[in-house]
Structures are given as structure tokens and as C-alpha cells.
Design a binder for this molecule. Structure first.
Ligand code: FAD
Length: 463
């Protein structure tokens, strides 16, 4: 039985009748703490997030979302929207409020003639990729397969196809959105264009997207895989990366990492992809594969779907504990490289990693104010990730990331990819991450969510 809820330090009471009324309206169902599936329904990708909402509204269709949004607003409930549940800070779940769980919204329809797809708000990238690849099609997703289409798209979307086909938001044609007043509206170039602009990079601030319509591209066999270098060659590897990344053609992506290889220990890695004819890709990537003396060269032709899963294990699986800091830099300075190598030499866990994602090509040629996603410069997205399995060790792993970050941050710019903003990033860094779009975003927020109902995200306060 539900008795009371603690909300933002205050108390709100929900009557049993109100809860029963909501339950009766939801096709997907309502999960309460007394239900046997409650514990499983609270879990998100980051096992270090342990929150207990009062109500989990499982939404199977747009009308469910409308009922849940209206209920949360009318009862002043803290509201989380869960797409794939993958955000590192765990925005998809909260303590004491309501979760709108879009997991049941798995509808995917692909039209190979128009090369478009419509995708439900609870779809994961591997599910979308599988449906589109039946027709030899794909659009820009992320670098692992188990992230949600929802959160990744709303923050911008960077990944293997970005150089050739732009960021994920550059391939968004329209979205169906439940706004804070409970209305279901279309956002596109023709309908609610201000909302459409804000959705493309403004995060989950503007409403619940029940379905996304995407442009697709022919994507067949690709080149993928990685080179591994001993740690004493990793400095040279990162300098080679710095010196040559800007000359990559749009079809090619190379990311660098410092991570732990099983039975070897800390290593440097160059992760590679080519999105075009395989022979051409092997030729373009040959100079990279000839650099230094790698321990292993795992680069080869493969299906697009296989490449999308290469980085899933062991680091990106559900349930491990994580803490993550991130920022952009246009320059991989010697100071940053030295600080990174020093950090890799004393990883607190074999699942820790330092990542260097070079963003270039089509996604960086779009003007920064054309969509809310403002990270349009050719630059590196730098991530320091702590990852561990033992909950009792959390403090020491979080301290490792913070210590590493203290040494790396002076070499980085004070802004971050919106989807990588940490829960303890300072407000000025959040603001800077939206760039010159921040003022306009606040105005759109005021128009569509004046009460800041959608605030479990990289939050944009209404103007
Ligand atoms: C291992 C890992 C790898 C990653 N790799 C990449 C990458 O390669 N490229 C990249 O761009 N990003 C990447 N990310 C970041 C990722 O894009 C974000 O974590 C994203 O928020 C995940 O979306 P989600 O729907 O799974 O998460 P959730 O936790 O469900 O949601 C994240 C945020 O989006 C909101 N949201 C989600 N769906 C909706 C919806 N339908 N309507 C309204 N709001 C919604 C939520 O309310 C929340 O604020 C990665 C993250 C991880 C953990």
C-alpha cells in the first residue's frame, strides 16, 4: 500500500484512489514497491545508482505517457523519464517520485523505399540497428549497442557514422512528444519548429518523446576492430593519433583508449572504423595499422551490427558500478597525454578506461546554432571512467576518477558533451556545454515546460 512520498525535501500524499485511477488508465501497468517486479524495475545501467521511486508507470503507448505526465504534474511528483536507462548519473530513476518507463515502447518500422524509420521511445540501438540492417540501412548511433535511442538522440548522438552521416540529431526528421501539459504534439521542421530545434541536443528537457522518425543510409560491410599497444608505447600512440586524426576522411573514425587487456594489463588501444568500400577502408587505415609495434591487430571487415557490439563487453554491460567525468578539448596536449598515461599506470580497477573520441566530418560542419546540439567543432571528447563490480569499493574508485580528473582537467576545455555531463559537474560547465544555444533553450523550456517538470537531466531552467 502507498502511504506517502518524500519529494524534494517536502511531503506529498497520494490517495489510494488516485493511484488506483492511474493504474486503471495505464495499458502498460503500474509498478509499486509492494510488487514483486519492483526491485528489477528500479535497476538502471549504472549499478551504483540505487533509487526507490514511489511509482513506476510502464508506458506501452503514447496515451499512457500522457496519463503519467498529467498525474505527475497534478501531484507535484518528481519525475524521471527512462528510455534505455543508460545515463551514467542514473537520470532514469529517482527517490520517492514517479518514473515514466518507456521500456515497453519497442515499436520499430523501417521503410526501405523512403529510407526512413519510426522508432518507439523505449528502443535500444541494437534493436533499431537489427531492424534497419535487414534492409542494409542504418543511421548514426553510439559506440555500444545497449544505449537507448531516446537519451542518446536527445543529447546529440555521436558515434561511428558521424563523420559520414552527421550526428544522430542531424538524421532526425520528426518526433512525437508528450509535453508537460499532457498534450501529444509533433515536432518537425513544419510543426513546432522551436521544439524540434530544442529536442535536437537539449536533452530530455522538453517532454517525453514517444517516437522518433529517422533518415537512414545504406551501410553494408564495414571495417572495424582495434590495435593494442603495450603501455610503454601508448604515449607514442596518442601522439600519432593527435598528429593524424585531422587528416581522416569522413568515412573513417579512429578513437583512442587506455584500458586493461585481460592477461596483459594496461594497454593503449586505437579503435578503428571505416564506412565505405572495404578495400578502400583497409587502404586508408593501413598507415595507422603500420604505426609502432602493436601487441595485436584485430582490425578486419565485419558487419555493421557486429562493429556496434565490439565495445559492449566487458566494460559496458548492465549493472556494473560507474563514475564518469568528461570534457572536450580541441588539442591533445603533451600535459594531457602525460596525465593520462600516469593514470593508466595506476588504474583502480581493470574495468577503468580513459577514452579519446575524435569528432570530425559531416557532424562538425553543421552550424552550431542550427540545432540545439552545439558541439560542432572538430575536437576530442575525453572520458575518464571508473567501473567496478564490488559496491563496498565505490568510494575508492570514485576517488581515483576525481584524482585523475584533477590532473587532466587543466588541459581540457570547460565544456562537455551534454550526454556526458556528470551529476557533480558545476552549473557553469553545464551552461557552457549548451554553448551559444543556452539562452534560446531556456526560452523554449519556458514555453513547453514552465514548471520544470522534466528536470532529471542536464537541466535547463526555464527563462
Ligand atoms: C557505455 C556508454 C557508452 C556511450 N556511448 C555513447 C556514444 O557512443 N555516443 C553518444 O552519443 N552517447 C554515448 N553515451 C551516452 C548516452 O548517449 C547517454 O547516456 C544517454 O543519455 C543514454 O540514453 P538512454 O535512453 O539509454 O538513457 P536514460 O538513462 O534512459 O535517459 C537519459 C536521459 O534522457 C532522457 N530520455 C531518455 N529517453 C527519453 C525520451 N524518449 N523522451 C524524453 N527524454 C528521454 C531521460 O529522462 C534522461 O534524462 C554512452 C553512455 C554509456 C553509459
Amino acid at each position: 500500500m502507498l502511504e506517502s512520498l518524500t519529494l524534494d525535501g517536502g511531503q506529498a500524499r497520494l490517495s489510494e484512489d488516485a493511484v488506483a485511477g492511474l493504474r486503471a488508465r495505464l495499458l502498460g501497468g503500474l509498478v509499486l514497491a509492494s510488487d514483486s517486479d519492483y526491485d528489477a524495475a528500479c535497476k538502471v545501467w549504472n549499478g551504483n545508482v540505487d533509487r526507490r521511486p514511489a511509482l513506476i508507470a510502464r508506458c506501452a503507448e503514447a496515451a499512457d505517457v500522457q496519463h503519467a505526465v498529467t498525474f505527475a504534474r497534478e501531484h507535484s511528483l518528481l519525475l524521471s523519464v527512462r528510455g534505455g536507462g543508460h545515463s551514467a548519473p542514473g537520470y532514469g530513476v529517482n527517490d520517492g517520485g514517479m518514473v515514466i518507463d518507456l521500456t515497453p515502447m519497442k515499436q520499430i518500422s523501417v521503410d526501405p523505399q523512403s529510407r526512413t524509420a519510426r522508432v518507439g521511445g523505449g528502443v535500444l540501438w541494437r534493436e533499431f540497428d537489427a531492424a534497419a540492417q535487414v534492409h542494409g540501412l542504418a543511421t548514426t548511433g553510439g559506440t555500444v549497442s545497449n544505449t537507448g535511442v531516446g537519451g542518446l538522440t536527445l543529447g546529440g548522438g555521436i558515434g561511428w557514422l558521424m563523420g559520414k552521416h552527421g550526428a544522430t540529431v542531424d538524421n532526425l526528421i520528426s518526433a512525437e512528444v508528450v509535453t508537460a501539459d499532457g498534450a501529444l504534439v509533433t515536432a518537425s521542421a513544419a510543426h513546432n519548429p522551436d521544439l524540434f530545434w530544442a529536442l535536437r541536443g537539449g536533452g530530455g528537457n522538453f517532454g517525453v518523446v514517444t517516437s522518433f522518425e529517422f533518415r537512414l543510409h545504406p551501410v553494408g560491410q564495414v571495417v572495424g576492430g582495434m590495435l593494442l599497444y603495450p603501455l610503454d608505447q601508448a604515449g607514442g600512440m596518442l601522439r600519432f593519433y593527435r598528429d593524424h586524426a585531422a587528416s581522416l576522411p569522413d568515412e573513417a573514425e579512429v578513437y583512442a583508449a587506455l584500458l586493461t587487456a585481460p592477461e596483459i594489463g594496461p594497454v593503449g588501444a586505437l579503435l578503428m572504423g571505416y564506412n565505405g568500400p572495404v578495400e578502400e577502408g583497409l587502404r586508408v587505415l593501413a598507415p595507422w595499422r603500420n604505426h609502432g609495434t602493436p601487441i595485436a591487430d584485430l582490425v578486419r571487415p565485419m558487419s555493421y551490427s557486429e562493429r556496434q557490439t565490439l565495445l559492449d563487453e566487458p566494460n559496458a554491460v548492465h549493472g556494473l558500478h560507474r563514475y564518469w567525468r568528461s570534457a572536450f578539448t580541441e588539442v591533445l596536449s603533451d600535459g594531457l597525454i602525460d596525465a593520462s598515461l600516469e593514470a593508466a599506470g595506476r588504474f583502480s580497477s581493470p574495468l577503468n578506461a580513459l577514452l579519446f573520441f575524435y569528432m570530425h566530418g559531416a557532424g562538425t560542419r553543421v552550424p552550431a546554432t542550427e540545432t540545439a546540439f552545439s558541439a560542432r567543432a572538430a575536437q576530442y571528447d575525453i572520458d575518464a571512467i571508473g567501473c567496478w563490480s564490488e559496491p563496498s569499493e565505490s568510494a575508492s574508485h570514485i576517488a581515483w576518477v576525481r584524482g585523475v580528473w584533477d590532473r587532466m582537467e587543466p588541459h581540457l576545455q570547460g565544456r562537455v558533451y551534454v550526454n556526458h555531463i556528470a551529476v557533480d559537474d558545476q552549473p557553469e560547465k553545464v551552461r557552457a556545454s549548451f554553448g551559444d544555444n543556452y539562452v534560446r533553450l531556456r526560452k523554449v523550456k519556458a514555453a513547453y515546460d514552465p514548471g520544470n517538470l522534466f528536470r532529471m537531466n542536464s537541466n535547463i531552467p526555464p527563462a
